[in-house]
Design a protein around this ligand. Structure first.
Ligand SMILES: Nc1ncnc2c1ncn2[C@@H]1O[C@H](COP(=O)(O)OP(=O)(O)OP(=O)(O)O)[C@@H](O)[C@H]1O
Length: 239
């Protein structure tokens, strides 16, 4: 594990870094996130921690361009370019593994993983191959043909992880990825959790930028850096 940093200033960030400069999120009268200044580096997993309601999902969604203009304050830069709206974040390789599995119930596990790959322009046979590989990697190779609605909570979460990792791998092949993983291990047993964390680490090892929101100290402990949120404010890094 490398020395963790408290990203107090965007100054000195390398150009390929993800830089949050005064990032804030408001929902009407509620301020969920305020004035976050932080830098995440390619090749590292950055854990995003904090109590329930601290603003972890809001941060990930703001970076991914998934919130409305009026809800987001400040600037998100990747490789020196402003991102943070849907189009620019997607073009920059942003991939979200959402909290909760958000699967299409009447599609198979395989199709849940393959459809976003097809939508991203992957040819059918390649999308199926990538989907099957991703499902096998999370231990669901034998469930590829099962409908999502037939799967357990933990299996569904693994399909969602496989979907995100398959798309992240595609983005890496295309030039780069910004993986936003929102509590991807919350419903997994110990061994499966370790397997998923290792797959997320692989994305970083291949040069991706990874933000990993988690409540789990053991998961956070694998990260090279940690952003800890307290009521929407970034507090001191823990390592
Ligand atoms: N769409 C929304 N409209 C209004 N308030 C929201 C919305 N989404 C989140 N909030 C509020 O914003 C705050 C931060 O929520 P957020 O989901 O970012 O926290 P979190 O750290 O991810 O929480 P958890 O660990 O429980 O998932 C909370 O007070 C929450 O109630």
């Amino acid at each position: 594990m490398s020395q963790a940093t408290r990203p107090e200033s965007a100054a000195g960030a390398a150009s390929a870094d993800l830089v949050l400069d005064g990032l804030g999120v408001v929902y009407g009268d509620l301020r969920a996130l305020g004035d976050v200044v932080a830098t995440a580096r390619p090749g590292e997993v950055t854990a995003v921690t904090g109590h329930s309601g601290a603003g972890k999902t809001s941060l990930l969604w703001a970076v991914g361009g998934l919130l409305g203009h009026q809800q987001v304050e400040g600037t998100v830069l990747l490789d020196g370019q402003t991102i943070g709206d849907e189009e620019s974040s997607r073009a920059a390789g942003a991939v979200l593994i959402p909290q909760g599995s958000a699967l299409a119930e009447v599609l198979t596990a395989r199709d849940n993983v393959a459809v976003p790959l097809l939508a991203a322009g992957t040819a059918g046979t390649d999308a199926t191959r990538r989907a099957d590989e991703a499902l096998a990697a999370v231990g669901l190779g034998e469930h590829a043909g099962h409908l999502a609605e037939e799967l357990s909570g933990g299996q569904r979460q693994r399909v969602a992880v496989a979907r995100g990792l398959a798309l992240a791998s595609l983005r890496l092949d295309e030039g780069g990825v910004l993986l936003l993983a929102d509590e991807p291990t919350s419903e997994l047993d110990h061994d499966t959790r370790e397997r998923v964390v290792s797959l997320v680490e692989d994305i970083a090892r291949r040069g991706g930028i990874v933000l990993l929101a988690t409540h789990d100290p053991e998961v956070a402990a694998v990260a090279a850096a940690c952003w800890h949120l307290d009521d929407g404010r970034l507090t001191a890094g823990s390592r």
